[in-house]
Design a protein around this ligand. Structure first.
Ligand code: ADP
Ligand code: ASP
Ligand code: MG
Length: 405
């Protein structure tokens, strides 16, 4: 008997009919002789509705109350799915994050899971019950409800799969796997049979929203095989797994875009030891993730620093930098929210030359200007003007021949 963790996203539980479809799939796995833990998201659109409600009261709602509110969407779907399974003749029990003690840190709205207590779930599984767990939520050490960030139910599922040593974590969504690029943007996108943890991690952190980045980090750390597939058909999806030789033969596996970043430039900063720390420490103290960073060559002991931050954090960044820039005697700070980050990802880059120049040439051919560049061993990212996002994705998808077998 194997233990399988399945996660169903918002579109898969959007109405009662779809929840019945999910219940039938869960029952199939159970009937095949497995123990099943199901993680569900809120019904499609529900989390957005709750977020909007919170923002109709305040531009910056209290984070504790915000989490208490937006976590309720998942509470609805766990009970509806359990009731449906009961009606179909199966024992099922719903659990919220605090009932099974998914303990997180205290960063409301983007909390990280610290530990998971599996006792209640294993007790139920032993009795033959299907455990249905609310995704996206946890509690901190002081019993406050926390949420894991948008898309965080994937992370709940992988964390449970790791803690329960599940054979597989299946992520059911509205696409039938991980594609070479977002299929909703590029019709030529092709489904990948498998992808390495590192590539998937780079793709999600570069904006591919098919998985929550933290879920891939956990999957890699605990070697949980993750199968991304559709809840609307029986096709094999994409396996996220350890790197193998075959994967290295492919130079570029995917193209991603991230429209949720903003560019910040601190202009004319005295170039002396400690300025980078003085600039970035107050941002990290507020849990603001700084991504690409460029420091210009210094001219007459002054320099400019440019970096990107999540656009949702821009108001906080403005406040923090107002103080930091004054403290550092910088001339001024400029913000550009009209940008997008385009990335190419592939483990094959490690052993192939000329990948970056091919990327730059493809963008240049379309007349797209590159504002910032950053590279890692298996990723190259460029910041461009937001209006060129689709064009850049298509051009790079063509340039690296991703539509071909
Ligand atoms: P769920 O609600 O099931 O968690 P999400 O909307 O979070 O689903 O994730 C699925 C979506 O991710 C797809 O509909 C697709 O538009 C988007 N996506 C972005 N990049 C990719 C990619 N490379 N492969 C597959 N889907 C992608
Ligand atoms: N319901 C949450 C969201 O919409 C979490 C998730 O779906 O993974 O972001
Ligand atoms: Mg998702």
């Amino acid at each position: 008997m194997a233990l399988v963790v399945q996660k169903y996203g918002g579109t898969s539980v959007a109405d009662i009919e779809k929840i019945e479809n999910v219940a039938r799939r869960v029952i199939d796995i159970k009937e095949a002789g497995n123990e099943v833990v199901v993680v569900v998201s809120a019904m499609a659109g529900e989390t957005d509705r709750l977020v909007n409600l919170a923002h109709s009261i305040s531009e910056k709602p209290d984070p504790r109350e915000y989490d208490a509110l937006v976590s309720t969407g998942e509470q609805v779907t766990v009970s509806l799915l359990s009731m449906t399974l009961n009606k179909m003749g199966y024992k099922a029990k719903s659990f919220s994050g605090h009932q099974i003690k998914i303990v997180t840190d205290q960063s409301h709205t983007k909390a990280r899971i610290l530990s998971v207590n599996t006792e209640m779930i294993t007790d139920e599984l032993e009795k033959g019950t299907i455990a249905v767990v609310a995704g996206f939520q946890g509690i901190d050490m002081e019993n406050n409800i926390t949420t894991l960030g948008r898309g965080g139910s994937d992370t709940t599922a992988v964390a449970l799969a790791a803690a329960l040593q599940a054979e597989i974590c299946e992520i059911y969504t509205d696409v039938d796997g991980v594609y070479t690029t977002d299929p909703s943007l590029c019709p030529k996108a092709k489904k990948l049979k498998k992808i390495s943890y590192d590539e998937m991690l780079e793709m999600t952190s570069a904006g591919a929203k098919v998985l929550h980045p933290r879920s891939v980090e956990l999957a890699k750390k605990y070697e949980v095989p993750v199968h991304v597939r559709s809840s609307f058909n029986k096709d094999e999806g994409t396996l996220v797994t350890k790197e193998d030789e075959e994967m290295e033969k492919v130079v570029v596996s995917g193209v991603t875009y991230d429209r949720d970043q903003a560019k910040v430039t601190v202009i004319h900063v005295p170039d002396k030891p400690g300025i980078a720390a003085r600039l970035f420490t107050p941002l990290s103290d507020q849990n603001i993730v700084v991504d690409m960073i460029i420091q210009n060559a210094s001219i007459e002991n002054y320099t400019d620093m440019t970096f990107t931050v999540p656009r949702k954090d821009i108001d906080d960044v403005r406040k923090i930098l107002k103080i930091a820039a004054k403290d550092m005697e910088a001339e001024r700070v400029e913000f550009d929210e009209n940008i997008s980050k385009i990335s190419i990802v592939g483990v094959g880059m490690k052993s192939h030359a000329g990948v970056a120049s091919r990327m730059f040439a493809a963008l240049a051919n379309e007349g797209i200007n590159i504002m910032m560049i950053s590279t890692s061993e298996i990723k190259i990212s460029c910041v461009i003007e937001a209006k060129y996002t689709e064009l850049a994705v298509m051009a790079l998808h063509d340039a690296f021949g991703l539509e071909k077998e």
